[in-house]
Write a protein that binds this ligand. Structure first.
Ligand SMILES: [Zn+2]
Length: 642
């Protein structure tokens, strides 16, 4: 008798794909463990809005044919004036990058330019869109230096903000990432051209100005204003040049690092100072940790500081983080403190060469949140943090995660893909090349590009050099491709001829990329305890076979949570009873089974297909069971155990 049916004829793989949709659903509300680890308020730490013509991957600007050496920004803030709140005098020392430079083209948005000078002499200038073009006094050959000055005033519509804090005190602050520096000073507003800087800012008396680097002077002026002069002696990108001014209480601290004192300061609203002492208590320990992991603190001769301001997040301005999160004295934002401190290495010391590489600094900084927890609290909290980040990624499958994290569209520059998937990419890279290679690779990357810039390929090269592995495949699938894998896995085993035969299958159900190559670990439990099976998954559908002495009793997919993605356990994708795998259950399967047991015939694949009665062993009873089924008397065949 031949018995077949529609259900049996449908490839079990197709069935599997059909049920995958159910398994892909991720709960819309964060599970309690995610809330417990990240808090309900956990958000992208530094999320802002690019200007309307922002292009993340604008690698080269044709007009940028010079190299800025230094910005000296003299800024007078007159908050009481309605439309002329800012008066500026920017001095830009630069050097020609072409054989004949006649015009200096700077970025400047809004504001009124009063006059311009080149080498101390007045010159003509023109405005075109967000460009300010100064006529140079002669053609400058490549490498020749010149100094340009711009006198300007107006009301910045973005980048520099005037507001009141929650206690009603005035607060003035900059928040410019990625490209809003041009709203408060003329510059080349791309991160690739780092320069030295000085911020000399005059504000009404009673305010304190905080900026990058060292404070070199404070002068009280006859007109009841006060001028703060800050100097940044390490190269800085324009998006990290900052100022924050207000009525501050300064909490001073210091730590010993590399046998030197590092000055620490937290400028906060006086009403928040006691809480700030509590919330920022672990700053020295965080700096010590990252110095140990990534190399010495990059701005040792200056400071690390935090200035409270009105922004809706945190911003890693070089040597002085701007802090807009609540200071509540309950340590809620400790992960963000770690995030912003880590940016002193990832973003400030090594700056991304353009914002298409945003994931490099944000992925690392977000991963550093978890590294801090691993160091301070232990592995469970580390895992909890990573699980929380993963939950956010999996719930954004139709949003930012549907685009590659490299060079995302502007609306996703601050998306979960760049930050949280970025952190997971770092985590998985750590697994692929190993702890030592990962950490040594980070150190080498920091050294190779210190006080300069780097991009994704340069990061990849550092990791390849360190690990001796070709990592094109890894970066292609995780960084240059969208989405995440959707794993369906299953296992079956049976006892046959004195051994246990275990088969594992892994299927990836995502639409693109077609498959991810990754090491996949399983934890196997049997009578002798727990052991690891380290597999390499390199195709959309893959099976793995093992011969064991002991009976397996449990199998866990990715027990240490190294893999980003959805995973669900399923039934093994084979037709029970179809030992010959011709798509039907019929007499030839009984013959196959008889040959296996009595004529040294081949084993089916998986071997558990022979265990049609599902009692975890293949015996003559299976022949009877299958025969009964085919003669319409017996129950459905099974595929071994579990
Ligand atoms: Zn960040």
């Amino acid at each position: 008798m031949q018995r077949s049916g529609i259900v049996l004829l449908v490839s079990s793989l197709t069935l599997w794909v059909a049920v995958t949709a159910l398994a892909e659903r991720v709960p819309q509300q964060p599970p309690p463990e995610v809330v417990a680890e990240l808090g309900l308020n956990y958000q992208i730490p530094d999320s802002f809005f690019p200007s309307k013509d922002f292009q993340a991957g604008r690698v080269a600007d044709l007009a940028h044919d010079y190299d800025v050496i230094k910005y000296i920004l003299e800024i007078r803030l007159s908050p009481s004036e309605l439309i002329n709140k800012l008066k500026g005098h920017a001095t830009i020392q630069a050097k020609s990058g072409v054989s004949s430079l006649n015009t200096l083209s700077l970025d400047l948005a809004g504001l009124v330019v009063d006059s311009c000078k080149v080498n101390s002499r007045l010159t003509t200038f023109g405005r075109a869109g967000d460009k300010l073009n100064l006529t140079l006094d002669r053609a400058y050959k490549s490498g020749e230096l010149f100094t340009a000055e711009v006198y300007y005033h107006g009301y910045p519509l973005a980048g520099l903000y005037f507001s009141y804090n929650k206690y009603g005190s005035p607060i003035y602050y900059t928040m410019v990432e990625p490209d809003r520096s041009k709203n408060w000073f003329p510059c080349y507003d791309q991160p690739s051209d780092k320069a030295l800087s000085e911020v000399i800012c005059t504000v009404p008396a009673g305010n304190e100005v905080i900026s990058n680097g060292n404070l070199v002077n404070i002068s009280n002026n006859p007109d009841k204003s006060v001028t703060y002069h800050w100097q940044e002696n390490y190269p800085i990108a324009t998006y990290l040049i900052s100022l924050a001014a207000g009525n501050y209480a300064q909490i001073r601290d210091f730590m010993s690092l590399q046998n030197q004192d590092l000055s620490l300061s937290y400028w906060v609203y006086p009403q928040d100072s006691a809480k700030a002492v509590y919330d920022f208590q672990t700053v020295p320990e965080i700096i010590s940790l990252f110095s140990e992991l990534f190399g010495e603190y990059p701005f040792q001769a200056e400071k690390f500081s935090i200035a409270q301001a009105g922004l809706s997040g945190g911003m890693e301005n070089q040597t002085c983080v701007s802090w807009g999160f609540p200071i509540e004295g309950n340590y809620t934002y400790e992960a963000i403190v770690a995030h912003e401190i880590s940016h002193q290495w990832w973003g400030d010391l090594v700056t991304i060469s353009d914002f298409g590489n945003m994931w490099l600094k944000e992925g690392l900084a977000t991963y550093c949140e978890a590294l801090w927890k691993e160091h301070h609290y232990g592995l469970d909290r580390f895992k909890g943090h990573m699980t929380g980040l993963e939950w956010h990624v999996l719930n954004d499958s139709l949003g930012s995660v549907s685009c590659p994290i490299y060079n995302p569209p502007p609306e996703y520059l601050f998306g979960k893909g760049v930050y949280r998937k970025g952190a997971w990419v770092m985590h998985m890279l750590r697994h692929v090349i190993g702890d030592n290679n990962f950490l040594n690779g980070l150190k080498a990357y920091a050294q190779q590009h210190a006080y300069s810039t780097a991009n994704t390929e340069e990061f990849k090269n550092a990791m390849e050099e360190q690990s001796g592995q070709d990592l094109d495949w890894f970066f292609n699938q995780w960084v240059y491709s969208p989405n995440f894998p959707k794993y369906k896995w299953s296992w079956v085993y049976t006892y046959l001829q004195g051994k246990y035969y275990l088969d594992i299958s892994i299927y990836q159900g995502q639409t693109a990329p077609l498959f991810y190559q990754m090491p996949v670990d399983f934890e196997l439990t049997n009578a002798s305890g727990k052991s690891r099976l380290s597999l390499f998954n390199s195709s959309r559908y893959q099976t793995y076979s093992f011969v064991l002495d002991d009976q397996p009793s449990g199998l866990i997919f990715d027990p240490d949570n190294w893999l980003l993605g959805v995973q669900a356990q399923s039934t093994y994708p084979a037709i029970a009873g179809d030992l010959t795998q011709d798509g039907q259950v019929r007499l030839n399967d009984v013959i196959f089974l008889v040959n296996l047991l009595f004529n040294k015939g081949p084993r089916p694949s998986p071997a558990a297909l022979a265990d049609v009665d599902g009692n975890c062993r293949v015996t003559i009873a299976d022949i009877i069971y299958l025969s009964n089924y085919l003669s319409n008397k017996g129950p459905q065949p099974k595929i071994g155990c579990p």
